[in-house]
Design a protein around this ligand. Structure first.
Ligand code: ADP
Length: 400
């Protein structure tokens, strides 16, 4: 089956066409600045040249139309007609408490996703627009919704409830949901498989360290805790998000800086994290590593604070699971940042962890980076959210 995976943001749209039998990506690309001047489509067939084209995209339907045109193009396309696209898998950010698993999309599901809009006002409406745009152009093609929150729905109430008046949970469903679920699920399963162990009898910690970053605790095949909360703002110090902090800071800053809630939230989401803490050096860890190597004290402090927070979450999840068998690193920084992994593991001597520096220097493959004698295994597992979405979609179609 050929499955088109769509990850639709408010002004961007990432796509991949995946052959579900071989699990190979046939073509992929990106539409940027949808609805904004200067929009651009990038299209890269697996066996051809990457193309970038500046072209007007007033809305998402036009973006999807261009994606489908690229995929079916006579010269550079990868399928002859739209009938060769068997299904579409959509990444949906927030499934609230309604969706603990992926689901085929129908009117009822669309309504339920819409009801989660409040919980992810920037993401869910864009995801819905992406679904509608596909439906308009591929009327009879089955579509699946794969939720970022679903994998975390197994968390027990003691992990997902905040210490807030209970009525806010009842009235507004304020609780911890967690995100990056598709990645945490994919990486934890893959780690067990790679180690040749039984996923349902393992304690695994996954550190998804990208621009957005989160840690999860997976016990016996189920997520029991994760660092992101009601929104992706909670938890680790991220590229530009603050992560955990005293909520009283919001009021304090609003008074001191004469700012309203929206302005403060914008600072916490877009101007904080390693970007803000470093004095605006960069949100990219490569720049921070370079600045730190050049002696910049703020960059050093920022990296220290980032690593320390990850190490603390790992410690918390070891406590939550009463042990850990494997710790996995994934996403942009987790997969590429060998020095970050080393510094984080330096905190974990109490787990009997010893890194194999040669293995830790490798890139781009599933690999154990701890030594044979290390009491806890440490792995790098490159995440593949698109493949995970294609797998889920294909399972749903086959079960129909
Ligand atoms: P997202 O999908 O959340 O935007 P990614 O998973 O693509 O993020 O991760 C992006 C981040 O990964 C970058 O901001 C950068 O800091 C980090 N990164 C990528 N490559 C490297 C590298 N070679 N060394 C260190 N950090 C890297």
């Amino acid at each position: 089956m050929n499955i088109l995976v769509i990850n639709c943001g408010s002004s961007s749209l990432k796509f991949q066409l995946i052959d579900s039998e071989t699990e190979k990506c046939i073509a992929k690309g990106l539409c940027e600045r949808i609805g904004i001047e200067g929009s651009q489509i990038t299209y890269a067939p697996a066996n051809g040249e990457k193309e970038e084209k500046l072209i007007s995209m007033p809305d998402h339907t036009e973006a999807i139309r261009l994606v489908l045109e690229a995929l079916t193009n006579e010269k550079t396309g990868v399928v002859k007609s739209l009938s060769e696209i068997d299904a579409v898998g959509h990444r949906i950010v927030h499934g609230g408490e309604k969706f603990a698993v992926s689901t085929l999309i129908n009117d009822e599901v669309m309504k339920a996703i819409e009801e989660c809009n409040d919980l992810a006002p920037l993401h869910n409406p864009a995801n819905l627009i992406g679904i509608r745009a596909c439906q308009a152009l591929m009327e009879n093609t089955p579509m699946a919704a794969v939720f970022d929150t679903a994998f975390h729905q197994t968390m027990p109430a003691k992990a997902y409830m905040y210490g807030l008046p209970y009525e806010y949970y009842e009235k507004y469903k304020i609780r911890r949901y967690g995100f990056h679920g598709t990645s945490h699920s994919y990486v934890s399963k893959r780690a067990a498989q790679f180690l040749g162990e039984d996923y349902n009898h393992m304690k695994i910690i996954v550190c998804h360290l990208g621009n957005g970053a989160s840690v999860s605790a997976v016990k016996n095949g189920e997520c029991i805790d994760t660092s992101m909360g009601l929104t992706p703002l909670e938890g680790l110090i991220m590229g530009t998000r603050s992560g955990d902090m005293d909520p009283a800071i919001i009021e304090f800053l609003a008074h001191k800086e004469n700012k309203n809630i929206d302005e403060i939230m914008n600072i916490l989401n877009k101007k904080s994290g390693v970007y803000g803490l470093s004095g605006n050096i960069s949100s990219d860890f490569r720049d921070l590593e370079k600045a730190a190597a050049d002696g910049n004290e703020k960059a050093k402090l920022t990296l220290d604070a980032f690593d320390y927070r990850v190490a603390k979450y790992i410690g918390a999840y070891v406590a939550a699971m009463n042990g850990v068998d494997a710790i996995c690193f994934t996403a942009g920084l987790g997969e590429n940042g060998s020095t970050t992994r080393e510094r984080i593991c330096n905190y974990l001597g109490y787990l009997g962890i010893e890194l194999d520096s040669e293995a830790n220097a490798k890139r781009g493959e599933d690999i154990v980076i701890s030594t044979k004698d290390s009491k806890t295994k440490v792995l790098v597992i490159p995440t593949n959210e698109e493949l995970a979405i294609a797998r889920e979609t294909s399972l749903l179609i086959n079960a129909k």
